[in-house]
Design a protein around this ligand. Structure first.
Ligand code: ARG
Length: 279
């Protein structure tokens, strides 16, 4: 049979691969300081609700067959639930975090201790960086954010540690202060992003490298819809990001909504609560 020439290309088949992640139960979660525009210490927080919502994310990952590891939460470190900031792990090498604000600085050594105890090759950072909050692996390339948290010299450090290409992107909107609030990695070739979170230089890079990227609207971004975690097929997202959900479905992904409204009070969502461990 000769191939049909007048048929629109089918949605590509999406392939899920099992992930290994690190999470931290929000037993001590609350908002007592303000280091991003989402946080307001005057608003009440409900720790028990945060734990229940976090548990639903944990259960979703287990249901997807992920290998989920846990680090013990520490009293007095309310943001420790945002495990993505605890480091960056590829090729069994764990590049430790060095936090911007003093309130979170003790989390850096706590996470490095966990990596060491779990047989990762730990690299103590020389530069300020907030781990996978600002560093995203897409295929073989590391997209690296700067502007609010991670210092640009951490990008050079990353490149020399991993021997991979590191692409610097400047973040410009204080509400999208970590790269993982402005870009979602869907698989090795595809991303979704919020254009207004980047400067012209960054947009030129993103358009050039990812001409088919999903462009997410402001409304979905403002519930941290982009702060999501994909296994290549299943994409765990904020349940309130309904247009993003539709966009993902149209492209052959399987969006799974989770409600983390309580953790949004700290300025984090699905991805912030998830650190991928790559051996
Ligand atoms: N309250 C935390 C902070 O401002 C939230 C971190 C969110 N994490 C993330 N990966 N975007 O540092």
């Amino acid at each position: 049979m000769s191939p049909a020439t007048d048929v629109a290309p089918a949605t590509p088949a999406r392939i899920a691969t099992k992930r290994t992640v690190l999470m931290c139960k929000p037993e001590f979660f609350t908002v007592v300081y303000r280091i991003n525009p989402w946080m307001d210490p005057a608003l009440p927080t409900d720790t028990a609700l945060a734990v229940r919502q976090w548990q639903s994310l944990y259960d979703t990952y287990v249901g997807l067959g992920f290998d989920v590891h846990l680090i013990d939460p520490i009293d007095g470190l309310p943001d420790m639930v945002y495990a993505a900031n605890g480091g960056f792990v590829i090729d069994n090498i764990a590049y430790g975090a060095s936090f911007t604000y003093p309130e979170r600085q003790p989390e850096g050594p706590a996470y490095m201790d966990w990596f060491g105890a779990n047989d990762f090759d730990v690299r103590v950072p020389e530069n300020v960086n907030e781990g996978e909050g600002d560093f995203l692996l897409v295929g073989g390339v590391i997209l690296a954010g700067t502007g609010f948290r991670s210092a640009s010299n951490s990008h050079e450090e990353l490149a020399s540690i991993y021997g991979r290409e590191v692409v610097t992107l400047n973040l410009v909107n204080p509400s999208f202060y970590h790269l993982d609030t402005a870009i979602a990695v869907l698989d090795d070739d595809n991303i979704a992003y919020l254009p207004s979170a980047f400067d012209e230089e960054g947009l030129t890079i993103l358009r050039g490298r990812f001409p088919d990227a999903v462009l997410v609207n402001e409304e979905d971004a403002s519930v941290l819809g982009l702060n999501s975690f994909s296994d290549g097929y299943n994409v765990v997202i904020a349940s309130r990001a309904t247009d993003f959900e539709r966009q993902l479905r149209e492209r052959g992904y399987n969006p799974i909504g989770v409600d983390l409204s309580e953790l949004l009070l700290g300025g984090g969502g699905v991805k912030c609560c998830t650190l991928e461990l790559r051996r």
